[in-house]
Design a protein around this ligand. Sequence first.
Ligand code: AKG
Ligand code: FE2
Length: 199
Amino acid sequence: MPLTRIPLPHADVLLDPDFLGPGEAASLLEELSSSIAWRHEPIKLFGKEVMQPRLTAWHGDPTARYSYSGIMLDPQPWTLTLQQLREQVETAAQTHFNSVLLNLYRTGQDSMGWHADNEPELGSSPIIASVSLGATRRFRLRPRDPQYLPHAPVSLDLSTGSLLLMRGSTQQHWLHAVPKTARPTAPRLNLTFRLVVNR
Ligand SMILES: O=C(O)CCC(=O)C(=O)O
Ligand SMILES: [Fe+2]
């Protein structure tokens, strides 16, 4: 299935639920789960350091340095597997990426809070390509400023092998999150490919 646009005002969000076949997604999940040097990093929340409710890793070109939620991430080099996936994603997204942030949601209690990927390192209209592997998790979007942009929150179920693109003014006008779920939930691995621009 091709990328299909999700009709949202002031956003450019596209989804291909079947970007990777089930077999390809399963072997990628298995390989990346065991071969990536997963880290449990702190995050600064209102000036206080707390541990992130998920594991992370950051790979990319050496020049793609990026400060994320108050911590500086030095990229690990591309592995063959990440490099091959990057090329597939670049072809689908018709753009270039120089880095990838990996998130491992170990259980339903792991999550990602409301945020926009609008760090200055990503430029004025960031393109983010998100590949999901493993358990389906609910991805939520809501307007950053509901006074200016009144719209109900939107939910997308991101299943294994799916590709989600966010581009244009999406990060400017919308926030996104992966909430916790009380349901017993297997691990989910998400990769967000990004272009970090040198200033
Ligand atoms: O896990 C996801 O689907 C979202 C990840 C995300 O928003 C991020 O890495 O910035
Ligand atoms: Fe994000």
